[in-house]
Design a protein around this ligand. Sequence first.
Ligand code: ADP
Length: 424
Amino acid sequence: MTPPTETEAPLMRLRGVGRSYDKGTRVFTALRGVDLDIRPGEFVCLLGPSGCGKSTLLRILAGLDIATEGSVLRHGEPLRGVNPGTMIVFQTFALFPWLSVSENVELALKARGVPADGRAARAGKLIDSVGLDGFESAYPRELSGGMRQKVGFARAMAMEPELLCLDEPFSALDVLSAEGLRGELMELWLAKSLPTKAVLMVTHNIEEAVAMADRIIVMARDPGRVIAEIPVRLAHPRRPKSAEFQELADEVYGAITGRLAEPAALVPVFTLPQLRTNAVAGLLEKLAGEGGIAELHRIGAELHLELDDLLPIIESAELLGFISVIDADLHLTPLGRNYADADILGRKEVLAARILRLPIFARVLMGLRGKPERRAGLEELASWLEPDIARDDAAMIDNIINWGRSAEIFDYDDDAEEIYLENA
Ligand code: ADP
């Protein structure tokens, strides 16, 4: 039997990793069955909508959270406690406001056991390497968001982590600062001037992932899981306008929306996206204006919508039968075209007719009609929705009320907390 050697083992190896939370009456699964290797030299992106478990996965890798299932190995050995080889940079900078730039970085050096007399010089070098030369004695409040995030990078680098974890590091910055900082980070990484062996970055921005990653891990929620792994073999510097770049972005979009086409039986519980009727109408109008077909990737960019905003709109439109998603293209259905062409009243009628075809709403309407007063409280509504929707899933019940009201299938009495039929 030959023991595995250091060089064979990846920096981190996850096998069958799950994380669930006991929520009293039921168990909530934030992550399920995650297999993931991170090897030296890789820049990996975790991509997916909010709530798919990206931050949970990062925390598990950093040893700040514990997997309730599966194994977490570091250099082939089970990880116990905090992972000494990782550092996380958060989107909100998390600098100490009462310490100068240099002192913020020195604190990290102190934590790593660097002797006091060498700290200032080391901190100076790190600050220089992120382009903040001359700002050593400035305080965080005197810096722009982009500069503060650079201090965050310098501080993380002071720890010389073998795995640098970035949790949406650019999402709190304005577009231009984010772009600048992304470019600078990439330059440092490609020039191998970062004292780190691998980078794992969480993002929900598809372009950002395609621009930076060697490999994109696509995740979905309910339960949080990995649904695709897409290698990115484009040379740097990558050109977002090039055909190869766009093709890859399309492939990633396709992977994310592909799950919308999963057969219903695979979806564990009935889920309903947030319905924003104006946004759905806007999307359909845009599609109609483009001859009924458009690449998802381009629509998202042109409407300036991030994944978290775009996905519920697409899910709603697809659920209503207004569009179909085929590969990474949106196709307007004849019904969707009718909706786009109709006036406000016509749209309401189409919407109501479509929503009533969803069994959940048909059941609610039947329940209301079965009652002489044509009214029901939330408890009773919840009992009609079971078992598709958990009785204590208040957010989903709220959402169902929203859908019903938008389509004027029923109304809601805020004071009595009851739904009712308008023309009873
Ligand atoms: P993401 O980073 O992709 O937005 P998270 O990892 O933050 O997702 O969260 C995944 C899911 O796990 C979310 O639905 C979140 O509400 C849930 N979750 C995270 N932490 C806890 C916790 N301590 N207790 C209960 N649920 C949690």
